[in-house]
Design a protein around this ligand. Structure first.
Ligand SMILES: Nc1nc2c(c(=O)[nH]1)N[C@H]1C(S)=C(S)[C@@H](COP(=O)(O)OP(=O)(O)OC[C@H]3O[C@@H](n4cnc5c(=O)[nH]c(N)nc54)[C@H](O)[C@@H]3O)O[C@H]1N2
Ligand SMILES: Nc1nc2c(c(=O)[nH]1)N[C@H]1C(S)=C(S)[C@@H](COP(=O)(O)OP(=O)(O)OC[C@H]3O[C@@H](n4cnc5c(=O)[nH]c(N)nc54)[C@H](O)[C@@H]3O)O[C@H]1N2
Ligand SMILES: [Mo]
Length: 751
């Protein structure tokens, strides 16, 4: 049944708690639900596999430190349901492709390796040994290791990621694309260039001390719900909070804290003091204007607005930036942002008033053509007031997957710096390749050319998460072998190469015991804190292997002679892996010792901790960017593809987007009522969404129009269904991230 009602103005509270338990009981039953929810994010427990928002230290810890969506992610993994052998015997590949992503995910955990033999149209069970030999046979048959691609999704632990990249480099390629390429790559690219580290420079404690927090292009109520508790604390300390978003996301507009009884009843906290309902792609113009106004205010009252000491001592490029930003084309700024000058002036006053400002952002900024320039524009504004490397201040990109940041620290990157590769080679006595590999977008292009022979994925759902869905599927079908290491079924398993393997693995919640005893893994969160994660549930099947066990099993067959790498020892004792990580990965020095001593630690961050900037000139760099925005022709709109409240990326938990008032369907497109009227369309009508890029049209058929308070000219629909509208050639400049926000579209009557 499809039910569309008024969007909610409040997030979390009682409905959120009820929703977690309802989903928990459905998947796990009451006893397991209790066991799981009590161990989540607690000392000695497991790290929530959902988002990368940090766990509070003991000072800040609540009794039950989890959120509705974390609980769903856990219940989804810890489900008691299993995919039976008979299921694969009963369904051909064609039939599997008829089953929706949502239904595939609901089938339960996979428990044994499955092989699709060449010429067959059914997966069949296969032993681990044979499965590993199939992978080895294909990899050893390739003349060029670069014909294989090794994808990673950001749930993989530090230990597994480190061994995985070691195996891939020992095999001879840097083809290590990861989900980050489609996520925060623009943040990493921009921040590395201008402040010398791609990671955020704000800890939880710093966030709570901020006087102004700006949340740009992020929907924390759904995608990082625990962040709201910390915003609430900051607010209690007197912080101003501003949301910059084309949508009035309810988590920011009003929030009820499920961790506190007082949050269960009553009005909740209105978190945002100001909501700037920005036009899609208008953020660079907005921050350009804020910079301009700050400089003007400083000129009017010298020494009161800008931190000249900081600028002089720690930055470069200020003069050029100030000159470049002296004049501003206000009409263009108003068109670009859809905001009035008065709104931008009010926003700027908040910066002037604040002595410590944090700017947080996520996909609403990074998945744009001008994402890199936009993020440097945000850094400009922070640098003007010395808002980095001091209490309560700094840039705070909020990462997505729970260990996406750790995976990068471990070497999952197609262009890992020489310094890391040199240390890796010295540690394991081999020579890793130095030619850069390909990222996720280039992998799509290589698939399009039909030049990938083996596609290997450590988790994720590459077939759905990427742009140009049909092209990706065709390319995957042309591979000799596709391999997926996964916990549950998804579309990437049913769009197969000539041969295909599904290798089931342990998840974060599963107890991991090797012949050497129980094992733990580690993760690094969004703010650079590293800690242990220990699963406590009986695994879905006794023969299930960990990701580490799988990598070691394959590597021992494929690269037994390369270097001195004790694969079997690593598979038995994960502390041995941490010892090696401690000698290779930046910031992880004496890893195992520090971990044992403290249970977890915060990684060093030169800019945050010492105002030391590891850039080309050892200064934090101002950037002079020209105003960029996304003009549209009449009849055209800007589309953003986003997450509902009931999904984790390509995993669909349910068909309810509670805060936005949608139930029973995902094929909706949110449109401003004035745009509907102007286009002569009505709420409830069905249309095709047609995207236009570089003269090519792409179509998503049969979407229901929903009249919604989104910014004028801006429409929104759910990812991943709308990835058919994206092009692998439409990418962010400098970071190669596919453009998932700000696509030019028009509506046509439904076909
Ligand atoms: N429950 C749950 N949690 C998740 C995930 C999930 O799918 N489900 N995914 C995880 C991952 S991998 C990631 S990367 C994060 C993603 O977290 P988010 O970035 O919050 O995810 P999106 O749904 O893509 O939301 C984009 C937000 O940016 C806004 N926006 C779109 N275009 C623009 C623009 O041009 N300017 C501005 N200022 N805003 C814009 C949208 O209205 C929306 O609020 O969440 C992580 N956590
Ligand atoms: N249009 C559009 N496209 C986007 C985005 C967008 O906003 N709009 N967002 C982009 C972003 S930010 C991201 S991060 C990517 C996400 O891209 P991916 O990371 O590739 O996709 P996920 O849906 O997170 O992957 C889910 C699958 O991971 C597997 N899995 C879950 N847990 C584990 C585990 O512990 N181990 C292993 N081995 N497997 C596991 C399960 O089989 C599950 O089906 O999508 C990108 N694509
Ligand atoms: Mo992400």
């Amino acid at each position: 049944m499809v039910d569309i009602e008024q969007p909610k103005k409040k997030a979390a509270g009682v409905p959120a708690v009820l929703s977690s338990f309802k989903f928990g009981f459905r998947e796990m039953g009451p006893a397991r639900t209790g066991k799981v929810f009590l161990k989540m994010n607690q000392d000695g427990g497991f790290d929530c596999p959902s988002c990368a928002w940090p766990d509070p230290d003991s000072k800040r810890k609540h009794a039950a430190e989890f959120c509705e969506n974390g609980a769903k992610a856990v219940a989804w993994e810890a489900t008691r349901k299993r995919v039976p052998r008979a299921f694969f015997a009963d369904h051909s590949i064609d039939q599997l492709n008829q089953i929706s992503e949502y239904e595939l995910g609901k089938l339960g955990r996979i428990t044994e390796p499955m092989l699709l033999r060449a010429g067959s149209d059914h997966y069949e069970p296969v032993g681990w040994d044979e499965a590993f030999h199939v992978v080895a046979r294909h990899l050893q048959a390739l003349d060029n290791p670069d014909d294989a691609v090794f994808y990673t999704s950001g749930r993989t632990s530090n230990e597994a990621a480190f061994l995985y990249q070691l195996f891939v480099r020992a095999y001879g390629t840097n083809n290590l694309p990861d989900c980050s390429n489609m996520c925060h790559e623009s943040s990493g690219t921009a921040l590395s260039r201008v402040i010398g580290s791609g990671k955020g420079a704000v800890t939880l404690e710093m966030l709570e001390e901020a006087e102004l927090i700006v949340v740009v292009g992020q929907n924390p109520g759904t995608n990082a719900p625990r962040m709201l508790s910390h915003l609430e604390i900051a607010k209690k300390h007197g912080a101003d909070i501003v949301s910059v978003n084309p949508l009035p996301e309810p988590g920011l507009m009003n929030f009820k804290n499920p961790q506190r009884p007082s949050g269960w009843i009553g009005k909740g906290t209105a978190l945002a003091d100001q909501h700037l309902q920005i036009r899609i792609g208008g953020d660079q113009a907005l921050f350009l204007a804020v910079g301009h106004l700050l400089l003007r205010a400083e000129a009017a009252a010298p020494g009161t607005v800008v931190d000249l000491d900081f600028i002089k001592q720690h930055t470069s490029g200020f003069e050029l930036y100030a000159k470049h930003n002296d004049e501003l084309d206000w009409p263009a700024v108003e068109l670009a942002t859809g905001l009035t000058r008065a709104e931008i002036e009010e926003f700027t006053q908040r910066f002037i008033k604040s002595k410590a400002t944090v700017i947080c952002w996520a996909m609403g900024l990074t998945q744009h053509r001008e994402a890199v320039a936009t993020i440097t524009e945000i850094v400009n504004v922070l640098l003007l007031q010395g808002n980095i490397g001091k209490r309560g201040a700094g840039p705070c990109p909020v990462r997505g997957h729970s260990n996406v940041q750790g995976d990068r620290s471990m070497g999952i990157w197609e262009k890992m710096p020489e310094e890391f590769l040199d240390k890796l080679d010295a540690e394991f006595a081999f020579t890793s390749p130095r030619d850069h590999g390909i990222d996720a977008t280039d992998t799509v292009r290589r698939l399009r050319d039909g030049s990938v022979r083996v596609f290997f994925a450590m988790g994720g759902n590459f077939a759905m998460a990427t742009p140009d869905t049909a092209v990706v599927h065709q390319g995957l079908r042309e591979c000799d072998l596709t391999v997926h290491v996964s916990t549950k079924l998804n579309r990437s398993h049913t769009v197969t190469g000539r041969e295909a393997l599904i290798l089931p693995t342990l998840g974060r919640t599963d107890h991991d015991r090797t012949p050497n005893g129980p094992q733990s893994v580690t993760v690094e969160d969004s703010q650079g804190a590293v800690h242990l994660s220990t699963g406590n549930l009986l695994p879905p099947a006794p023969e299930l292997k960990s990701e580490i066990g799988i990598v070691c099993g394959i590597a021992a067959l494929v690269v037994p002679e390369v270097g001195e790498i004790p694969w079997a020892d690593f598979a038995a004792d994960y502390s041995l892996i941490r010892h090696r990580i401690g000698r290779v990965a930046d910031g992880y020095e004496n890893f195992e010792e520090r971990l044992r001593a403290t249970g977890g630690f915060l990684l060093d961050h030169a800019a945050r901790d010492r105002r030391e900037f590891k850039t080309s000139d050892a200064k934090a760099q101002f950037s002079a960017n020209d105003l960029s925005w996304l003009p549209t022709e009449p009849g055209r709109l800007l589309l953003q593809t986003m997450r509902s409240h009931d999904q984790f990326n390509t995993t669909i938990y349910g068909l309810q987007d509670r805060y936005r008032g949608i139930d029973g369907t995902r094929e909706v497109v949110f449109v401003n009522p004035d745009d509907l009227a102007e286009l002569g369309l009505k709420d409830g009508q069905r249309v095709d969404i047609v995207s236009e890029f570089a003269g090519v049209e792409r179509r998503a058929a049969g979407y229901r129009l929903v009249s919604f308070p989104t910014a004028r000219g801006c429409v929104a629909a759910y990812y991943p269904e709308t990835n058919v509208l994206m092009s692998a050639d439409d990418v962010a400049k400098g970071s190669n991230t596919p453009v998932a926000k700000g696509l030019t579209v028009r509506f046509e009557p439904a076909t």
